[in-house]
Design a binder for this molecule. Structure first.
Ligand SMILES: C[S@@+](CC[C@H](N)C(=O)[O-])C[C@H]1O[C@@H](n2cnc3c(N)ncnc32)[C@H](O)[C@@H]1O
Length: 216
């Protein structure tokens, strides 16, 4: 796919979703969880995989160097124009081939991205590759036990194995198409563990799950 068009529709929809006043799951659930995790990770290099337009960077304190990676040029451009600072960097890149050196990241997180990934095994290997020894990670994704609630919120749905495609109407009435990959939790955890990542804890909230761990 032409990189310039990557995730155009996801990008447009996500910009509206995040910047809408109704984005309460962030304030009530995601940010408290992210902040609690950030309080206990080294304040060095913190990676945000699939950073979108970069809103999560505001949760990372200035003692740490924040790197946001996303494959959407539109979102990286927006993130840079909204949040650029000398302790932040927004880079075009993909969870399957992170544009970072081996063992260069002290902590990595990803919010609402993992359920979009078809090849979670490769993404797990990449996450492990870039983390330093004992580096921490936090993944926040659709809870596999709540996939039905997720898919019920879509129209014109299509299932093909683990691949789900559905259309959703945004608050402004525009229609977008999402593609999710509905893997079992056991598969998601296995791919992380097989990549040398130890799972320390899982936490559930609303229809999401947080997976916390560290590199072995
Ligand atoms: C629902 S948005 C979440 C954005 C951001 N994490 C946040 O919390 O605002 C999903 C993001 O995942 C990104 N994404 C999709 N496929 C990806 C991949 N293969 N690697 C990295 N990011 C990806 C999209 O471009 C989009 O920015």
């Amino acid at each position: 796919m032409d990189d310039r068009n990557f995730g155009k529709y996801i990008a447009e929809e996500w910009i509206q979703t995040i910047e809408a006043p109704a984005a309460s799951v962030r304030e009530q659930d995601i940010y408290p969880l992210l902040n609690e995790w950030l309080d206990h990770v080294p304040r060095q290099t913190v990676l945000d995989i699939g950073c979108g337009q970069g809103v999560c960077c505001l949760q990372v304190c200035k003692d740490a160097f924040y790197i946001g990676v996303d494959p959407s040029p539109a979102l990286i451009h927006r993130a840079s124009s909204l949040f650029y600072d000398d302790h932040r960097s927004f880079i075009l890149g993909n969870a399957y081939a992170l544009p970072l050196n081996d063992h260069s990241v002290h902590a990595a997180f990803s919010v609402a991205v993992w359920h979009l990934l078809e090849d979670k095994e490769m993404a797990s290997r990449e996450l492990s590759r870039v983390l330093v020894e004992s580096g921490k990670f936090l993944l926040i994704l659709a809870d596999p036990e709540s996939y039905e609630a997720w898919t019920n919120s879509y129209k014109e749905v299509h299932f093909e194995g683990k691949r789900f495609v559905g259309k959703r109407e945004s608050q402004d009435g525009s229609i977008s198409t999402d593609v999710l990959y509905l893997h079992e939790l056991s598969e998601i955890l296995k791919w992380l563990q097989n990549s040398g990542l130890a799972i320390q804890e899982t936490k559930k909230f609303r229809n999401m799950i947080a997976i916390l761990g560290e590199k072995d």
